[in-house]
Design a protein around this ligand. Structure first.
Ligand SMILES: [Fe+2]
Length: 185
C-alpha cells in the first residue's frame, strides 16, 4: 500500500519523473536514468520534511519498507527503508537500476559476485563501503549483488529510487543468494 506523502516528497517525485523521462529521451552513456536521479535525490536529502512520522517508523524484527510512490507508467518507484541497529537485508540483487540516498545515519554495504569451483557455487566478497548521511550511490544489474546493514547504534533511514514499478511484487529484490561466502583470493 502506498503511504500518503509530504508536499516535499511530491516535489521530489515530480523532479525525478522529469529527469528520468529526459534521460530516456536524450540519454546515453553517462546520462542513464540512474545518473540523472542522483543529483536531485541528493539535493532533497537536506530537507527535514521529506517523510511523515509514520514513514520513519521502524519494525522491531526486520528492516521496514514504506512504499512512497509507484509511477503510473511503471517507470520508477520510491521507497523509504528504516533500519534499527543490527538489521540487514539478505544478500540479494535487483529487478532494475536503483539509486540509494542515505537520509539519516549510515549504512554499511558489502558487494559480491557469484563464482563456482569444484566445491560448487559460492559468493566472492568484492568490496565493502560505508554510505554516510547525505550520500547517494547507484546500482544497476547485472553485477549488483550486495547486502546492506545498519552498523550504527541508532535508527537509519534511506530513500531508494528503483527503475521499475515494485508495487505489485512488493520489493526490488530479484533474487536472494543463500550461498557460502569466501574472501577474494
Ligand atoms: Fe539492494
Amino acid at each position: 500500500m502506498i503511504s500518503p506523502v509530504t508536499a516535499r516528497m511530491v516535489d521530489l517525485i515530480s523532479v525525478l519523473r522529469d529527469r528520468i523521462i529526459d534521460a530516456e529521451l536524450n540519454g546515453g552513456v553517462g546520462r542513464e536514468p540512474w545518473v540523472a536521479v542522483e543529483e536531485p535525490l541528493q539535493d532533497f536529502l537536506r530537507y527535514p520534511d521529506l517523510l511523515t512520522l509514520e514513514q520513519e517508523e521502524p519494525d522491531p524484527v526486520r528492516y521496514r519498507q514504506h512504499l512512497l510512490h509507484a509511477d503510473p507508467d511503471g517507470r520508477f518507484s520510491v521507497v523509504a527503508l528504516v533500519w534499527m541497529p543490527g538489521q540487514a537485508t539478505p544478500v540479494h540483487d535487483h529487478v532494475a537500476w536503483c539509486v540509494v540516498g542515505v537520509y539519516r545515519g549510515e549504512e554499511v554495504e558489502e558487494n559480491f559476485r557469484v563464482a563456482s569451483d569444484e566445491n560448487g557455487p559460492h559468493l566472492v566478497h568484492t568490496g565493502v563501503g560505508v554510505n554516510g548521511e547525505g550520500s547517494v550511490s547507484s546500482l544497476y544489474p547485472p553485477g549488483d549483488i550486495h547486502i546492506v546493514r545498519n552498523a550504527t547504534s541508532g535508527k537509519v533511514i534511506s530513500l531508494h529510487v528503483y527503475g521499475a514499478d515494485i508495487s505489485a511484487r512488493g520489493s526490488s529484490i530479484r533474487r536472494c543468494y543463500d550461498m557460502p561466502i569466501r574472501p577474494r583470493s
